[in-house]
Design a protein around this ligand. Structure first.
Ligand code: KIV
Ligand code: ZN
Length: 425
């Protein structure tokens, strides 16, 4: 590989496993298959389609995705116990690129309180699990659950043992979203330094979002040497979710100066994937969610709208079109300015005189105080009312900006306020 080429990060999508596991997000296997086709279009490298031992339907989902979706690797999750591994192997039968994903916890807390196992027993079970998984595939991922709260020496010992047993990817999850970036970067560096020689292995990060740090931690992990990131569309997943695929991919794309890594993600498909997931799960994303939320590219404040109309870069670091959304929207609300109103009217093929613009602006602010957002249909109605013969001018809205004083609608000298400024910032 070209020494100067940025490293390629493998995107392991777990929307259909960790994401689907969250309350309210479960998907039937037909829906999983439909979403897997979109993940394929999105360009992810690995699709974790489910946890086959969990239910007949999850088994069917993994089997159907494995049979139909041929480009990405298809992963199936299994605890490090024979019945899980055999069931996962069976579901992946027929996959073009099967990946067996075996996990066991490595923190003392999980070992003693959850599994009732010693470290030695866990080590032995992990090695036996990886060896058994190799009956079904060459591509073996091992996850050390709760890695970030595990003893560093034991974690490195575990990683070395599973790599010798045949694991080709080793995932170090921040299972409870407890880590901070500096810590996770150091963990990956330390584990990487202690990998057994002569066995190529990819280190992977799987960060939960309990402290809202999942994407920041994933970025820190790649600085520490991880080359696979596990993530989900819309950031769905257990509790506060997993690292959001769209946020991670767009961070790399938007800041190559600080993050010299690439992915195979086709960013133009991001919005469609997010919308499809919303439709399939019936769970909306929050309005201010980065990249895919309703407001992620919407601007209402007058100063922002004015800047944007002059040069988009004033208030946008990404283009909505690059993630497959319609271009940025200037939302007409009570914080909007005249520039945005004029631009919206022009888009609707309404030509306004300066006086009409002023009149319509007042009416629009009045409507926004009642309705929050003024839609195109409201605007058309306001223009019609304004132009109706004998119509009275709209009363000035209660506003910190003094309204221009005038006696008659068309005669008095009208002061147009500083264009583009409503009373928002
Ligand atoms: O969060 C976690 O530790 C997991 C593993 C099963 C990979 O989801
Ligand atoms: Zn998880």
């Amino acid at each position: 590989m070209d020494a100067a080429a940025p490293d390629r990060i493998t995107i392991f999508d777990t929307t259909l496993r960790d994401g689907e596991q969250a309350p309210g997000f479960s998907l039937r296997h037909e829906a999983k298959l439909r979403f897997a086709r979109t993940l394929d279009e999105l360009g992810v490298d690995v699709i974790e389609a489910g946890f086959p031992i969990a239910s007949e339907d999850d088994f069917a989902a993994v089997r159907d995705v494995a049979r139909e979706v041929r480009r990405p690797a298809i992963a199936a999750l299994a605890r490090s116990v024979p019945k899980d591994i055999d069931r996962a192997g069976e579901a992946l039968d027929g996959a073009a690129r099967p990946r067996m994903h075996v996990f066991i916890a490595t923190s003392d807390l999980h070992l003693s309180r959850k599994l009732g196992m010693t470290r030695e027993q866990a080590l032995e079970a992990a090695v036996i699990g990886v060896e058994r998984a190799r009956r079904f595939a060459d591509d073996i991922e091992f996850s050390a659950e709760d890695a970030t709260r595990s003893d560093p020496d034991f974690l490195s010992e575990m990683v070395a043992a599973v790599v010798r047993a045949g694991a080709t990817t080793v995932n170090l999850p921040d299972t409870v979203g407890y880590s901070v970036p500096e810590e996770i970067r150091a963990m990956f560096r330390a584990v990487r330094q202690r990998l057994p020689e002569g066995r190529p292995v990819i280190l992977s990060a799987h960060c939960h979002n309990d402290l809202g740090l999942a994407v920041a931690n994933s970025l820190a992990a790649i600085e520490g040497g991880a080359r696979q990131i596990e993530c989900t569309v819309n950031g769905i997943g257990e509790r506060a979710g997993n690292a959001s695929l769209e946020e991670f991919a767009m961070a790399l794309r938007t800041r190559p100066d600080r993050l010299p890594f690439t992915t195979g993600v086709q960013t133009l498909v991001l919005y469609a994937a997010s919308q499809l997931l919303t439709e399939l799960t019936g769970e909306a994303v929050q309005a201010n969610k980065a990249i895919v939320g309703r407001n992620a590219f919407a601007h209402e404040a007058g100063i922002h709208q004015d800047g944007l109309l002059k040069d988009r870069r004033t208030y946008e670091i990404m283009r909505a079109e690059d993630v497959g959304r319609p271009s940025a929207t200037l939302v007409l609300g009570k914080h909007s300015g005249r520039h945005a109103l004029k631009a919206r009217c022009e888009a609707l093929k309404i030509t306004l005189s300066r006086l009409e613009l002023d009149e319509l602006y007042r009416a629009m602010i009045g409507r926004a105080e009642i309705r929050k957002v003024v839609e195109d249909c409201d605007l058309l109605e306001l223009v019609e009312e304004m132009r109706r013969p004998g119509a009275h001018p709209a009363p000035a809205p209660a506003s910190p900006s003094p309204a221009p004083s005038r006696r008659s609608r068309w005669e008095s000298p009208v002061t147009i306020e500083e264009p583009g400024y409503g009373f928002g910032v």
